[in-house]
Design a protein around this ligand. Structure first.
Ligand SMILES: Cc1cc2nc3c(=O)[nH]c(=O)nc-3n(C[C@H](O)[C@H](O)[C@H](O)COP(=O)(O)O)c2cc1C
Length: 177
């Protein structure tokens, strides 16, 4: 069985689409579903949460203002820690919420910091209605040298419903990791 890494960024907080205040973010829930399914299928799985060095505010308006500022300045926000033995993983799942029809800028930091040559990179994301917004292509372009794996985009609140788990399980099965 291959060694699989599931890395993800997720902020949670105020979710405008569902009206909930999520302590655990939607993408974190999706990442957990993916890791659980992979473990069920006997894979060795490591999860890594991309934690920003400067935490984002919980409130949607404040977070949006910061996200837009980072995007317009093309910032590369830093994250805490690093992944031990990154080279050892054959398959890397990369998850994030859609922000302003793009990847959050911290994902550019993450993608530019690692060497993906020879790995299979599989993106996943949660969103409020806009779908993956072309970000799967961006991930494959930034993860230089990786082989593309088919991504999964999911509405944020679906991750917490039975249908979300079914969709993740089905997707992981057909990926044949
Ligand atoms: C700053 C910001 C920008 C967002 N931009 C979009 C967007 O362009 N399209 C969309 O469908 N959802 C957008 N959303 C909604 C999130 O993608 C969605 O709520 C996601 O599930 C949040 O994931 P998280 O709980 O893991 O942080 C945005 C949310 C935030 C906070």
């Amino acid at each position: 069985m291959s060694k699989v890494l599931v890395c993800f960024f997720s902020t949670g907080g105020e979710d405008v689409a569902s009206g909930e205040n999520n302590e655990l973010g939607n993408t974190a829930v999706m990442a957990q579903l993916i890791a659980d399914k992979l473990k069920e299928d006997s894979h060795e799985v490591t999860s890594f949460r991309i934690e920003p060095s400067t935490p984002y505010p919980d409130g949607y308006d404040q977070k949006l203002a910061r996200a837009m500022e980072e995007r317009s300045m093309q910032e590369r926000p830093e994250f805490v820690g690093e992944i031990p033995d990154f080279d050892d993983y054959d398959t890397v799942f990369i998850g994030y919420p859609i922000w302003c029809s793009d990847l959050p800028m911290i994902m550019y930091t993450f993608l530019e910091k690692h060497v993906f040559t020879g790995k299979i990179v599989i993106p996943f994301c949660t969103h409020g209605g806009s779908g993956e917004s072309g970000t799967f292509q961006t991930v494959q372009e930034k993860a230089v040298g990786s082989a593309p794996g088919e991504g999964l985009a999911m509405l944020g609140d679906l991750t917490r419903k039975p249908g979300g788990k079914l969709q993740v399980d089905h997707w992981v099965e057909q990926l044949a990791v």
